[in-house]
Design a protein around this ligand. Structure first.
Ligand SMILES: O=P(O)(O)OC[C@H]1O[C@H](OP(=O)(O)OP(=O)(O)O)[C@H](O)[C@@H]1O
Ligand code: HPA
Length: 181
């Protein structure tokens, strides 16, 4: 058993989705990907940091040949930039002709995935899709086709299972949402 509420920094969170529910949703998602990509060898690009747990559990459910690589959109500072400009780091693979599946822990406003897709535009992939553990449809600010979303959730701030609140909470095995006052 683990706690039904947790305190991280100044905020209290209550349990939202248990590990068993998350695992089930990932199994269902993996079954779809296994079927859709039969006969192909997709390359997963997992976006750090938040996606590490999702990527790990999804990979264990893959029954087709596949590869994974981890990338990060890092803020960088120079004399011109305000810090909102991001640099794609960690991409060492040749994506030409590959079936790429981006792995995210959460698509919220969609800014991150939108930026990542822009950065990948110069690569001539065969296909490119997005798989996210969580999707907040009410928050999306970009026209994105999220083909593979394991769970759709309301506009609550969530932590656990890789997701953090100011650095804390990534280690939690369940998902927690912020507790209403
Ligand atoms: O759809 P969006 O509004 O862009 O939000 C989603 C992104 O926000 C979080 O990343 P963050 O930049 O906090 O980095 P992290 O993965 O290291 O926590 C999360 O992991 C997604 O990548
Ligand atoms: O709800 C969230 N929790 C943690 N990180 C996030 N990044 C975007 N949305 C969230």
């Amino acid at each position: 058993m683990s706690a039904t509420t947790v305190e991280l920094h100044d905020k209290e969170f209550e349990i939202y989705l248990r590990e068993s529910q998350i695992k089930l949703a990932i199994e269902k998602l993996a079954a779809r990907i296994n079927q859709d990509y039969a006969g192909r060898t997709p390359l997963f690009l997992a976006v750090l940091n938040g996606s590490f747990m999702f990527a790990s559990d999804l990979m264990k459910e893959m029954r087709i040949p596949c590869e994974i690589s981890f990338v990060k959109l890092a803020s960088y500072q120079n004399t011109q930039s305000t810090g909102s400009v991001k640099e794609l780091v960690g991409l060492n693979e040749n994506l030409t002709g590959r079936d790429v599946i981006i792995l995210e822990d959460i698509v919220d406003t969609g800014h991150t995935v939108h930026q990542l897709l822009e950065k990948l535009q110069t690569h001539v992939t065969a296909t490119i899709e997005i798989a996210s553990l969580l999707l907040k449809p009410a928050c999306l600010q970009h026209e994105l086709q999220i083909k593979y979303a394991a769970l759709s959730i309301p506009n609550d701030f969530v932590v656990g299972y890789g997701l953090d609140y100011n650095g804390l909470g990534r280690n939690l095995r369940h998902l927690y949402k912020i507790k209403e006052a």
